[in-house]
Design a binder for this molecule. Sequence first.
Ligand SMILES: NC(=O)c1ccc[n+]([C@@H]2O[C@H](COP(=O)([O-])OP(=O)(O)OC[C@H]3O[C@@H](n4cnc5c(N)ncnc54)[C@H](O)[C@@H]3O)[C@@H](O)[C@H]2O)c1
Length: 324
Amino acid sequence: MSKILITGGAGLIGSKVTEILFKNGHNITILDPFIRYLPTEKIRFPDYLERRFTEVEIEKLSFIRGDTSNAGLVQRTIDELQPDYILHLAGMPLANQSNIYIEEAIQGIVGGTVNLLQSVISCKNLKNFVYVSSSMVYGDFDAIPCPEDHPKRPKDVYGGSKYSGEIMTRVFAQRFNIPCTIVRPSAVYGPYDINRRVIQIFIENAIEQKPITLDGGGDLQFDFTYVEDIANGLASALLHKNAIGEDFNITYGKGYSLKEVADELLNYFPKLNVIINDDRDMNRPLRGALDIQKAKEILDYNPKFNLKEGINMYVQSYEHPNMK
Ligand SMILES: NC(=O)c1ccc[n+]([C@@H]2O[C@H](COP(=O)([O-])OP(=O)(O)OC[C@H]3O[C@@H](n4cnc5c(N)ncnc54)[C@H](O)[C@@H]3O)[C@@H](O)[C@H]2O)c1
């Protein structure tokens, strides 16, 4: 049984990794300030935070309510816990919000990462520090599927901050001999998200019998990844000794268009009004599938849920009578 610190562990991805690691017998501490990024009027459905830990004995998890921007708290947490592993998910996860709340994004993503890295210099037992980055560090994809050695040309505050966090992780790892791994997820979706990412918006509009709008003519592609797949991939990246010093794309590994998402939803909401909008936001990187071969080979990563299966589980989680 290992002692594992998960920053941002109360979030969509963090709570799922917690469940997996807890069920494998590990001792989990979560450092998280339980942030809501969206105003309450936008959260039209129940705040699903409380449903995230239903699969674990919650009293056996340790929660520290706190922010990685608080250097003193981070140092005390690391000194007292002396974790064997750290999974670092904390930080503003929304690209659009990071361009508005710029200081908060940079302080959390870059400053918080540096605070953690400084604190683990004195941590003698640490076996791995996983920095959770994003596919947004690549900017527009030149190649599809996009490999890990693709040029890093982030286009916004979020991508730039995530990439800065990667650079600082590598610098500290090299200078202070900290074992580390970098993981780049993309377009994660699944039950109990409260951040209103695209699939959540589409499902909730469908339940409320409101239209959904497909930007970019519906052809824009994303590597939509079901939350359980990324969570399993992160658990492997954290614990696998061959992960150290590596960077990995961990996604489903296939580009799905917004039109394909809408088509899946029509199976559950046959009257769904789908509006096609030919415009697209040019500030958002043009993306698609990521190359996940490296994670498959080194981590035995094997994503299980294609879009059809993932959307089915996500839609069912709403348990709403408006579904077919
Ligand atoms: N969801 C995606 O599609 C996606 C894709 C690529 C990368 N990521 C990254 O994965 C991580 C988790 O994302 P998520 O989708 O689970 O988001 P989420 O909002 O569901 O969870 C993030 C959690 O981190 C906590 N947090 C935020 N700032 C913090 C800080 N400074 N200190 C401590 N805790 C903090 C929040 O309270 C929240 O519980 C983020 O770093 C995000 O950038 C997510």
